[in-house]
Design a protein around this ligand. Structure first.
Ligand code: ADP
Ligand code: MG
Length: 618
């Protein structure tokens, strides 16, 4: 048998390495920006076309490269940043593996123009799928421009995996922000499809954060600063009352490198403790300086995770530092979260105070029994739907929330055939055996053959309204309630991208929002189903922030996201005392949905406590 082991050709090896380094356009953005920073640039420009899928270009005024360095820079393991293994323990630069350019050039068409200081002429180099197509002298300013075109042009499988325009643009923007935040001494600009998204002048750190996150942060930030022999911590943390429902404004940097760390995040959260409403996140931008030998940045291929030699110490010190700053600067923190536009109006599942329970029983009533329920399991008649009180009749009128009537009436458009639960009396263990009781304002119980059935009231409403909104979306049946006075909202560039991502679905759901340019959007109308006293700006802000609304469904889409958001707004107001009839109707409606047992986020709506379990309780 002849020998069968061969060395992989470089082009193949590079493509394999590219799989690790270049996942999407944003990875290229990160590598090119870091190279520009490492090159000592004072001005860096990022240009994207089609969210990076056709062009990612970074232009810097750094040190540039000589003709042979330019050629070398595309070789794998070619780096000017380390020369021996020991250097690995004292890295101060962002790159050091010498893999980025080689990997990028393996999966794209790259054009580099660069001129080193003290050289008359620059060099232009064109590399495509790891092959050097041409290298020639050219005139160029000192510095480097790298243009990466048609990423994954030779790996169609990878190209197919690119997400939507807005998703890729947001990822690229995240990388840009991380580099821009930590390099406030560098002027950055970011141009996407001809539009300038950011132009950030060299400035102090606070101004840079404000430039990135938005002017309003000028008033929202508290400085932190503390030092031990092991580590020093500096930066800014957001005042607790401006915390947001979604993550995205939390940044840790260790020796100027952005890192992710749930562990350190936990430490910051601990410092805020009861100052934060449930499920909200404070903004922060925290810098650690630590001797390079006390961290290991090499444990993750894309280098956003690190290990400290003394994790516990960093954890405790960070928490104490943040806490001190919160105590020192926000002497009377406002805890009136309800009035705060930064906080979503959707309360956490466990927050709403409980009203004292009153129990009413109708032992003869069984909505699952066709004989006793009569017409309830049928589709609502047309005249009932036109009756504005229909929802009240069905779900009961919430005592103090009459504003909701309109919403419910609106949300309660016909959703097609209402299917009766498929339970035949006495033939199924889960069939309810008697009427329903409301426990507090959050649970409904009933007796089933095997024990006790517990229904989570708010989640039941969430499921019902979710499906209604989806249906209305599908049938393009959402009416818009035009505002007497249109509201303008100002968004930062990252928020604008988020807004554009969801805008088509918002419009389908009854929002009328228009891009006014200059970071401004105008809200002309909101879904008619929302209560008239809703704050349109707050709703729109909350909606664009709620990126990960938690829908348990692999291919969930924007429509589902908006539907669930609106459903939660409505359901949150439904923790009220209900009449017996309303409870029966709720249960009926629930079982007419496609998944009565599970809320859209996957949490359980129904649980059966078997008699044996109940026995154990006493
Ligand atoms: P690394 O950054 O890990 O060294 P890269 O593949 O990103 O590896 O870059 C290889 C080398 O090319 C760098 O070490 C640097 O010497 C040079 N280089 C890359 N980009 C630039 C740039 N914008 N300006 C100057 N030199 C650069
Ligand atoms: Mg690099």
């Amino acid at each position: 048998m002849s020998d069968i082991i061969k060395l992989l050709p470089d082009s193949v090896a590079n493509q394999i390495a590219a799989g690790e380094v270049v996942q999407r356009p944003a990875s290229v953005v990160k590598e090119l920006l870091e190279n520009a920073v490492d090159a000592g640039a004072t001005e860096i420009q990022l240009i994207l076309k089609d969210a990076g899928s056709t062009l990612i270009q970074v232009i810097d005024n750094g040190g540039g490269m000589t003709e042979s360095d330019a050629r070398m820079s595309f070789e794998r393991h070619a780096t000017s940043k380390i020369t021996k293994a020991d250097d690995l323990y004292s890295i101060r630069t962002l790159g050091f593996r010498g893999e980025a350019l080689a990997s990028i050039a393996a999966v794209a068409q790259v054009e580099m123009r660069t001129r080193a200081k003290d050289f008359e002429l620059g060099t232009e180099l064109i590399v495509e799928a790891s092959r050097v197509k041409s290298q020639s002298p050219c005139s160029a300013p000192v510095g480097t421009s790298v243009a990466v075109k048609n990423l994954f042009f030779n790996v169609p499988a990878r190209r197919k995996f690119l997400k939507t325009y807005h998703t890729e643009l947001r990822h690229a923007m995240d990388e840009f922000i991380r580099v821009a935040l930590v390099n406030n001494n560098i002027t950055f600009s970011f141009i996407s499809d001809g539009k300038t998204l950011y132009h950030l002048h060299k400035s102090n750190l606070k101004q840079r954060i404000v430039g990135v996150l938005g002017k309003e942060y000028n008033e929202r930030l508290l400085p932190i600063d503390a030092k031990t022999e092991y580590v020093s911590i500096s930066g800014f943390v957001g005042k607790p009352e401006f915390s947001k429902k979604s993550k995205g404004e939390q940044f840790f940097f260790v020796n100027n490198r952005f890192i992710r760390s749930p562990f350190l995040h936990h430490s910051v959260e601990k410092a805020y403790k009861e100052l934060l409403p449930e499920n909200s996140y404070p903004a922060y931008c925290i810098f650690f300086e630590i001797a390079p030998e006390d961290i290991d940045i090499n444990i993750h291929p894309t280098k956003t995770e690190i290990k400290f030699t003394n994790e516990q110490m960093v954890y405790a010190f960070l928490s104490a530092t943040v806490k001190r700053s919160l105590g020192q600067f926000s002497i009377t923190p406002s805890l009136d979260f309800d009035d705060n536009p930064g906080i979503s109006i959707i309360p956490g599942r466990h927050q709403t105070p409980t009203a004292p329970p009153t129990i009413r029983v109708n032992p003869d009533y069984n909505p699952f029994d066709v004989r006793t329920t009569g017409g309830l399991k049928r589709e609502p008649a047309k005249e009932e739907l036109d009756d504005p009180d229909y929802m009240d009749k069905l779900f009961g009128k919430p005592e103090e929330a009459s504003a909701l009537t309109k919403l419910e009436t609106e949300a309660y458009a016909p959703i097609g055939q209402v299917i009766a639960p498929n339970w035949e009396e006495d033939s199924h263990d889960d069939a309810p055996q008697s009427g329903f009781l409301q426990i507090g304002v959050q649970y409904i119980v009933t007796n089933v053959k095997s024990g006790m059935m517990l229904i989570h009231q708010q989640r039941a409403f969430e499921r019902i309204f979710f499906e209604r909104y989806l249906k209305k979306n599908e049938t393009k049946d959402c009416s818009c309630q035009r505002l007497m006075f249109p509201k303008t909202i100002e968004l930062n560039p990252a928020e604008i991208v988020k807004m554009n991502e969801i805008l088509p679905e918002m419009k389908l759901s009854g929002f009328d929002v228009a891009d006014f340019g200059q970071h401004t959007f105008i809200i002309h109308g909101i879904p008619a189903s929302l209560p008239p006293d809703s704050d349109p700006e707050k709703i729109v802000r909350d909606l664009i922030e709620t990126e990960d609304i938690g829908i348990k469904n692999a291919e969930h889409n924007g429509c589902q996201r908006v539907a669930l958001f609106l459903a939660r707004l409505v359901a949150a107001k439904k923790r009220t005392k209900m009449t017996e009839e309303a409870i029966n109707n709720l249960v009926n409606e629930l079982f007419a949905t496609s998944m009565p047992t599970t809320a859209p986020d996957g949490s359980a709506i129904i649980k059966i406590l078997p008699i044996e379990e109940l026995d154990k309780l006493l």
